[in-house]
Design a protein around this ligand. Sequence first.
Ligand code: NAD
Ligand code: UDP
Length: 316
Amino acid sequence: MRILVTGGAGFIGSHLIDRLMAQEHEVICLDNFYTGHKRNILKWFDHPYFELIRHDITEPIKLEVDQVYHLACPASPVHYQYNPIKTVKTNVMGTMNMLGLAKRVKARFLIASTSEVYGDPDVHPQTEEYRGNVNPIGIRSCYDEGKRIAETLTFDYHRENNVDIRVARIFNTYGPRMLENDGRVVSNFVVQALRGVPLTVYGDGSQTRSFCYVSDLVEGLMRLMNGEHTGPINLGNPDEYTILELAQKIQQMVNPDAEIKYEPLPQDDPRQRQPDITKAKTWLGWQPTIPLQEGLNLTIDDFRARVNISQPSAVS
Ligand code: NAD
Ligand code: UDP
C-alpha cells in the first residue's frame, strides 16, 4: 500500500514509519519539522519506497495514497503552548486538509487523538464513553480542544462524506527519539538525571500518569488502522504511577545522587490519568507488553548515546 504519515519525522511517527517500511509499504512522510527531525528518518532517505515532503498541513496538498496516519501536531505542552494559535490551526485546518485528501482519494484515515480530550478527568480510569472535563479557555485548550474538534471533524467527514475513519486516543507514550528539550516528564527526568541536575517534580508529585512504550503504541495504531472498528479507542498502558514515583524510579536507575526539586504545578495539569483499554483488548486483541522498567532502560540508553551530559542548563 501507499501510506501517508503526517508528522512522520516526529517521535511516534518515525517509529511507525520504521514498522511500515519493514512491511514493505510505500511510505510518504509529510512534516514541517517543527518538533520532528530528519535524523529520525535518515535511514530511509535512499530507499526507493520512501518519500519525504516538507510541508505544513495547514496548507492543502494533493497526494494519492491508500491510508493516512494523521499524527502531525506538537504533543508536548512546552511545544504546543509556544504558539497556541498555530496549534489550533494545525488541529483544525490541518486535520480538515488531511480529511479532504482522504476523501478525494478514498483513503482510510486514522487520527492520533489523545487522552487530553478527557481533560482533568472525574472518571477514573477513563473509558471512551467519558466526555471529559476540559477547560475551554485555559493554556492547554489549544491542544485539548484542538484534538476534540479534530475528532469532531473526523466523525463529520465519516457521516457526511463516507470517509473511512479510525480514531485513536493515545495516552502518555515514551521511548527513544524523544527530544531532549521536549519538556515532557520522562525525557525531562532522564536528561536531568544523566546530567546530574535536580529532577523537577511539578506540584507535590501526587498527580498520576500511565506510560506506554512506543513500540506497543505503534502496534496498537497499526491494528486499529487495519481492523474493522472506527473507535474512538484508548491506546495506552494502564500501569499508573505518581509523578514522584516516576522521578524516584528514574533517579534510582540513572543517578541515585541526583536531587529531586519541587516546582509549581502548571495550570490545569490533570490530577490523574489511566486508560481503560477493554475496547482495545476486545476489538484489536491489543495490550501493552513492555513494562515501565524495561521501556525506561531502552529510553535511558538512547538518551545516554546522544545527550550532551555537560550541559546542565538546557533542561529545567
Ligand atoms: P512530536 O512532536 O514528536 O511529533 C509531531 C510531528 O508533527 C513532528 O514531526 C512535527 O514536526 C510535526 N508537525 C507539527 N505541526 C505540523 C504541521 N503544521 N505540519 C506538518 N507537520 C507538523 O509528537 P509525538 O509524540 O510523536 O506525537 C505524535 C501525535 O500523537 C500527535 O498528534 C500527538 O498529539 C499524538 N499524541 C502523542 C502522545 C504522546 O504521549 N507522545 C499522547 C497523545 C497523543
Ligand atoms: N512534570 C513534572 N516535571 C517535569 C515535566 C512534567 O513533574 O519536568 C509533570 C507534569 O506537571 C504532569 C506530568 O508530569 O503532571 C506529565 O507531564 P507531561 O508534560 O509529560 O504530559 P501531560 O501533562 O501532557 O500528560
